[in-house]
Design a protein around this ligand. Structure first.
Ligand SMILES: Nc1ncnc2c1ncn2[C@@H]1O[C@H](COP(=O)(O)OP(=O)(O)OP(=O)(O)O)[C@@H](O)[C@H]1O
Length: 287
């Protein structure tokens, strides 16, 4: 679904250049539900903006659902944003119009595509569990309910890819769990590919794969390892699911070692490297 190779984004402001993405590699398969984590300023939102066609990358390769994002004409890019991707933002003012009803809000993206499908808007609001609040103005809904309307809007044009930037950033823990369950359901029932940028490690733990971005590059991944009955000590199995951490190796053989690992062995500058049979071992400096 998504192929990013050596993706670079440079912002220029007042003669200053900020390299927000520094040769980022990422592949996302069709039907994946994945999270992206990283410190503030690491490039998460920049990546999402590139994936959503809101901004153009500076160099590298980027294709989403077969579309080469470098080659799309401005007109094709508008179509891409309307048809291929759906967005959910932390601040739902970016998705929603406060003086319209939930139903009218969900109809809006379809109107922009020149069609009005009231039936579909009803279905989407049922899907996000807001069938009973269709007629309410946005200002009459809670933050969590507004976020669910935002998800219905994002789905209105049947996107192939759903992009969410801190979707649980402004809601309480209980509402955050409801929103994540909804993403899971959309992913499992409709095979929708979902990419969620988050600071919320709880949320990150519930997806199949979490990619960490550091300084504009993918640095490591947490992959879900299916639990066995033995692991959990009962037959629930899923309880024992855990994540394994993987370092991402780029095409030039570079990898980033998580900072906490380096701190744990007090690494500084250089590590001794040794090939031992079927493994590569890194040693801290001798003290
Ligand atoms: N429009 C812009 N113009 C100039 N610099 C920008 C612009 N957008 C982002 N940046 C810079 O690019 C870098 C990456 O920013 P980005 O917003 O992608 O980080 P982030 O990981 O999403 O951070 P946060 O978690 O705080 O939202 C930062 O140094 C930021 O200051």
């Amino acid at each position: 679904m998504i192929v990013c190779e050596n993706l670079v984004k440079i912002y220029k402001a007042n003669d200053l250049e900020v390299v927000a993405l520094q040769g980022l590699d990422l592949r996302v398969e069709n039907g994946e539900l994945m999270g992206i984590i990283g410190n503030s300023g690491s490039g998460k939102s920049t990546l999402l903006n590139m994936l959503g066609g809101l901004d153009r990358p500076s160099a590298g390769k980027l294709s989403v659902a077969g579309a080469d994002l470098f080659r799309l004409t401005p007109r094709e890019l508008v179509q891409y944003r309307l048809q291929t991707v759906g967005f959910v933002w932390q601040n739902n003012a970016r998705n929603l119009i406060p003086y319209l009803s939930a139903l009218q809000n969900v109809e809006m993206p379809m109107l922009l595509r020149g069609m009005r499908k009231r039936e579909r808007a009803h279905e989407l609001l049922e899907l996000v569990g807001l069938g009973h609040r269709k007629k309410n103005k946005l200002s009459e809904l809670s933050g969590g309910e507004q976020q669910r309307v935002a998800i219905a809007i994002a789905l209105a044009n049947n996107p192939k890819l759903l992009l969410a930037d801190e979707p649980t950033g402004s809601v309480d823990t209980r509402t955050a769990a409801i929103i994540l369950d909804l993403f899971q359901e959309l992913n499992r029932s409709f095979g929708l590919t979902v990419v969620i940028v988050t600071h919320d490690l709880e949320l990150a733990r519930k997806v199949d794969r979490v990619v960490a971005i550091r300084d504009g590059k993918t640095s490591s991944e947490l992959l879900r390892r299916k639990g066995t009955e033995e692991d959990s000590g009962d037959s629930a199995g899923e309880e024992a699911d855990s994540h394994e951490e993987w370092a991402v190796l780029d095409q030039a053989g570079r990898l980033q070692i998580p900072m906490e690992y380096l701190q744990a062995i007090q690494a500084d500058g250089k590590l001794r490297i040794e090939l031992q049979d079927d493994r590569i071992v890194l040693f801290p400096p001798r003290r």
